[in-house]
Design a protein around this ligand. Structure first.
Ligand code: ZN
Length: 415
C-alpha cells in the first residue's frame, strides 16, 4: 500500500507529523509501544492526579520537537544536509527513553541497573527494533547507541539530544506542566526553536532569545521545585523503594513471595535478565505484584503494598537530618507502634541540579558574532540556585502516638 503521512493529535504540540515510513515502523515495534504502559512522571499522579501521561506520549513529543528543530535549522543553515544525520537525530529523539522501566528512578536505587544501560541493550538486542534500525545500514544502531550514550556522534545532534537545551527537556517541561495542571512550566517553544542556529559546529541561541531562554530556565526551576521534587511524590517514591526492598529481601531469603516472572528474573540476578524479560516489565506488572503482596503472608510487605495502593502515604517532615539520639527515639517509637523501623522511617536529601554554566552551559550568540554563556549575561539565571533539603518520612500514626514517646516524636518532627 502506498505510504501516506501520519498525523497524530497531541495535547502539547497539536499535531505530531510522521512523514517517514521507517519512523512509523520504529513507533510500531513492541518495545516502543510498551512505553504506553509506563507513566512519564512515575508516582507523581499520587500528588497531581492529572499526571497520568506516559513515556510514549513524551517520546512522540520529543520526536516532534526534534522534527521542528531540524526543519528550522535546515531552512536557516542548511544543516542537516545528510539524510542519515536526519534519521539519527529523529530516531534518537524518539527512542531516548526506551530503556525506562516502571518507577525507574526508584527501581534503579534498589536494583542498580541503569535505564541507560537498558536503552543500549534494547537497541542492540531486541530483534524487532534492531531489524528496523538495520534497514538504514549495518553501522546505524551502533552510532545511535553511542549518540544516546553521549560518547560520539555529531556535536550538534548530541546537543539537541542531551544538553541543557535539548528537545527532551523542551517536551517534558511543557507536557508535565500541562498534565499536572500547573501554569509555571510554560514557555514559548516555537520562539525558542526559531532562536536556534548553528555556529562553529554547535547549536547556539541568537541574542534576541535572551528573555525567551530565561523564561525556559525559570519554567524548569519551577517544575523542579514545585513538581518533580514535591515532598509527597518523593515520599511515594520512598514507599515504592521500601516495597521493592522488602520483597527482594524476602525472596532472597527463600520465603514465599508471589512474583510475576519478569520481576522474579530481576530479583534473582539483575545482571542476567534478558532484554525480552525486561521488556515484559511495566507498571501493570508491578502494580499486579503489589496487589498480590498486599494479601501475602508477610505483614510488613502486605502493609507497605496496601499503603501504596490505597494512597496512605508516609507523613513528610522537613528538618535537618536527625541526630543519632533522635534516630534511636524514632526507632523506639516505631517499634512501639508495631512498625519495623528499617522500613517505616527514612530520610532523603533532595536537591536540584541548577543551571550549569560550565561545559554544557547554554551559548548565546552576541550581535558581534562571538558567543557567550547564558549566566554571564543573565542575572536572573545566576540567581536560581536551590539549596538541598532534608526530608524525614514516617507513618502518620507515629505522630499521633499518645504519651511521652509520642511527644518526643512530635518534638523531633517539630509539629
Ligand atoms: Zn525523556
Amino acid at each position: 500500500m502506498a505510504w501516506s503521512d501520519k498525523v497524530l493529535k497531541d495535547p502539547v504540540h497539536d499535531e505530531v507529523l510522521v512523514d517517514d515510513p521507517w519512523l512509523w515502523r520504529l513507533i510500531n515495534t513492541a518495545a516502543f509501544q510498551r512505553l504506553r504502559r509506563i507513566r512519564q512522571l512515575g508516582t507523581s499522579y499520587l500528588t497531581f492526579h492529572g499526571a497520568e501521561h506516559s513515556r510514549f506520549t513524551h517520546s512522540l513529543g520529543t520526536y516532534e520537537t526534534m522534527r521542528r528543530v531540524l526543519a528550522h535549522l535546515r531552512r536557516e543553515t542548511g544543516w542537516p544536509s545528510d539524510e542519515r544525520d536526519r534519521k539519527l537525530a529523529l530516531s534518537a529523539a524518539l527512542l531516548h527513553d526506551i530503556g525506562h522501566g516502571p518507577f525507574s528512578h526508584t527501581f534503579e536505587t534498589v536494583y542498580p541497573v541503569h535505564h541507560e544501560q537498558w536503552t543500549r541493550r534494547i537497541l542492540q538486542e531486541d530483534p524487532e527494533l534492531r531489524f528496523v534500525l538495520d534497514e538504514v545500514d549495518s553501522g546505524f544502531t551502533d552510532d545511535l547507541v553511542h549518540l544516546l550514550g553521549k560518547q560520539a556522534g555529531s556535536p550538534v545532534i548530541r546537543q539537541l539530544i542531551a544538553s541543557q537545551l535539548d528537545v527532551d527537556r523542551m517536551d517534558y517541561l511543557l507536557r508535565d506542566a500541562l498534565h499536572t495542571g500547573v501554569s509555571y512550566g510554560r514557555f514559548e517553544l516555537a520562539r525558542l526553536i526559531r532562536s536556534l542556529t548553528v555556529a562553529d559546529g554547535r547549536v547556539v541561541l541568537k541574542w534576541q532569545a535572551l528573555h525567551t531562554v530565561e523564561q525556559y530556565i525559570l519554567a524548569r526551576y519551577f517544575m523542579y521545585t514545585q513538581v518533580y521534587l514535591h515532598p509527597v511524590t518523593v515520599g511515594s517514591d520512598v514507599l515504592v523503594g521500601q516495597i521493592l526492598r522488602r520483597a527482594g529481601e524476602l525472596w532472597a531469603d527463600g520465603q514465599r513471595v508471589d512474583m510475576p516472572p519478569p520481576l522474579a528474573a530481576l530479583f534473582a540476578d539483575a545482571g542476567e535478565v534478558s532484554v525480552a524479560q525486561y521488556l515484559e516489565l511495566d507498571e501493570s506488572t508491578l502494580v499486579y505484584a503489589f496487589h498480590m503482596w498486599s494479601h501475602g503472608p508477610d505483614p510488613v510487605l502486605a502493609d507497605l503494598a496496601k499503603r501504596f495502593l490505597h494512597r496512605r502515604l508516609f507523613a513528610v517532615v522537613v528538618r535537618p537530618e536527625p541526630s543519632s539520639e533522635e534516630w534511636a527515639a524514632l526507632r523506639t517509637a516505631a517499634r512501639a507502634c508495631g512498625f519495623h523501623p528499617d522500613y517505616y522511617i527514612c530520610g532523603r536529601t533532595t536537591g536540584m541540579a541548577g543551571y550549569v554554566s560550565l561545559g554544557e552551559g547554554i551559548p548565546l550568540l552576541r550581535p558581534s558574532g562571538e558567543s557567550t554563556e547564558l549566566s554571564q549575561v543573565s542575572r536572573l539565571v545566576r540567581s536560581l540556585n536551590v539549596d538541598a533539603e532534608y526530608r524525614l518520612f514516617l507513618p502518620k500514626e507515629l505522630l499521633e502516638l499518645p504519651g511521652p514517646l509520642g511527644d518526643r516524636v512530635r518534638s523531633i518532627a517539630r509539629v
